[in-house]
Write a protein that binds this ligand. Structure first.
Ligand code: SF4
Ligand code: SF4
Length: 185
């Protein structure tokens, strides 16, 4: 039977790939930042959300490992390999974006930051996958839809990874990224 457990592995794999690219782009600046935007209340969402809690359990983590003061943050940054709230990837402060060379690079970075959010959008009615708070409701989510979203996010990831190597975005590539951003044209 197709259940939510079936998407944990592909979701975790994609999230780790997104994290790797973001680390390459931004870890130098975020690592020196004295105004770190991580917050314990955001960290807590990873244990409060039944879907994210499944991803934490997969890496042997739960509420008892969450530090009261620092959340999931340690000296090397966020200690979660995956299962972070999607906002952790989607937020960029202005100075971080300002370090990128042009609008196209900013567009690619913003899209990279939206990939994990894209997967769970409107998973149940208007609710995002990570906002479904009753574990039983996870059984009502269309797994086929989530698998399709992971494929879309993966295709966009490949476009961004290639862009970071070549500095070039073709028209079809731009269309793939605009779809993630919810922009039709
Ligand atoms: S996104 Fe901006 S505010 Fe947050 S850690 Fe990075 S540099 Fe600091
Ligand atoms: S990136 Fe990690 S440490 Fe930072 S707010 Fe998100 S879950 Fe917490």
């Amino acid at each position: 039977m197709n259940s939510i457990e079936n998407i944990l592995e592909p979701y975790a794999e994609l999230e780790q790939s997104v994290g790797r690219l973001m680390k390459g782009l931004f870890s130098e600046m975020c690592g020196m930042c004295t105004a770190c935007c991580c917050r314990v209340d955001i960290c807590e969402e990873a244990v409060a959300s039944p879907f994210l809690a499944l991803l934490l359990r997969k890496q042997g983590l739960g509420e008892s490992e969450l530090d009261d003061r620092y959340g999931w943050l340690d000296l090397d940054g966020c200690s979660l390999q995956y299962g972070r709230p999607p906002i952790c990837y989607a937020y960029f402060c202005d100075s971080l974006l300002g370090r990128l060379q042009d609008d196209e690079a900013r567009f690619a970075a913003r899209t990279l930051g939206k990939l994990m959010d894209h997967i769970g959008k409107e998973a149940l009615g208007e609710r995002h996958l990570v906002e479904i708070m009753n574990p039983d409701d996870l059984g009502k989510v269309s797994i086929e839809m989530l698998q399709h979203r992971i494929e879309e996010a993966h295709a966009a990831f490949e476009v961004i990874e290639s862009y970071l190597q070549t500095g070039s975005l073709s028209a079809p590539d731009q269309a793939i990224l605009r779809m993630i951003q919810g922009v039709e044209h």
